[in-house]
Design a protein around this ligand. Structure first.
Ligand code: CU
Length: 310
């Protein structure tokens, strides 16, 4: 009896392991339904499927990875609870002491390596695709970060030798707008005037550090959803780091061309926004507003502002 069950057990465990591997593969391959699954579970903590082609790929990988982790998790929890109940203490007699079960040892080693290898494989594919640069991007934008705001320069070519054709810049009173078209390959080239910042639009599901000096970090996106999305600095860069906000405004290519034409003709950013239909309050950031830096008059360091009731 004992001999029979110990021989049958590794095979059962091996089969179960294969099942988990298969479920993992199926989940990862079923990327097309990641949107519907993710939407049911709050995107497993992410902001959503994103607004660029690159973001969608990362989102699919994220949802598939979480599902795979949950499948493995439930399998392991199941085994733990099964062991706890099936082999609970029934008397003072010691149960059969087994060790050096080679099939089990091999399974313990092979299964995690397999899981990590599969996750690595898909991560490498998505990362390569997200980091890919096209030979001729449709629009180049130079991101200039400084303490504590952003400037966005629309460029006429790639590299630091290209010229700026239009520009938007933020101040402590105005949140800068980054207007961009859908369906175009947009290359970002990042540079900082002082310390390390990080360009982050949560809806792009992506952020990249902005370095001072000669390092120009570069990445590309192809936006596919019109809308307005808040952007932030994601690298603790100093006192007013939290106030480094901007807004990404994604419009149709026609409206983008009109916006750039207006800017080139000398219009301010709100005027150029009005020229493409964003009038009144819509000409300014709508997803965020300038924060009170309390640089004048008040300070957190001044005792009167920290008194209770003030
Ligand atoms: Cu910053």
């Amino acid at each position: 009896m004992g001999v029979k069950s110990s021989a049958a057990r590794p095979r059962a465990v091996r089969l179960a392991g294969l099942g988990v591997g298969g479920a993992l593969l199926l989940t990862l391959l079923a990327g097309c339904s990641a949107d519907s699954i993710g939407a049911k579970f709050g995107n497993f903590g992410w902001p959503g499927p994103g607004v660029s082609l690159q973001a969608h790929k990362m989102y699919d990988l994220w949802i598939a990875s979480v599902i795979a982790a949950l499948v493995v998790g439930f399998f392991v929890w199941g085994l733990i609870f099964w062991c706890v109940i099936r082999y609970r203490k029934r008397g003072d007699e010691l149960p059969v002491q087994t060790r050096f079960n080679m099939p089990m040892e091999v399974l313990y080693t092979v299964t995690p390596v397999l899981v990590v290898a599969i996750l690595f494989y898909y991560t490498a594919i998505v990362q390569t695709s997200v980091d890919k640069l096209s030979k001729n991007p449709d629009q180049v934008v130079e991101i200039v970060a400084f303490k504590w705001n952003w400037q966005f320069n629309y460029r006429d070519g790639v590299g630091s030798t290209a010229s700026t054709t239009a520009s938007t810049v933020g101040s402590s009173d105005v949140v800068p707008l980054l207007v961009l078209p859908t369906g175009k390959k947009i290359r970002f080239e990042e540079t900082s005037k002082d310390v390390i910042h990080s360009f982050w639009v949560p809806e792009l599901l992506f952020k990249r550090d902005v370095f001072p000096g000669n390092t120009r970090n570069v990445f590309e996106v192809t936006l596919d959803k019109e809308g307005r999305y808040v952007g932030r600095c994601a690298e603790l860069c100093g006192t007013y780091h939290a106030f480094m906000q901007f807004e990404l405004v994604v419009v149709s290519p026609q409206r983008f061309d009109q916006f750039i034409a207006a800017k080139k003709a000398g219009a301010s950013t709100p005027e150029a926004m009005a020229a493409i239909g964003f009038t009144g309050d819509q000409a300014f950031a709508v997803k965020t507003k300038p924060l009170d830096t309390r640089r004048q008059g008040q300070s957190w360091y001044q005792p009167q502002t920290t008194a209770i009731g003030k």
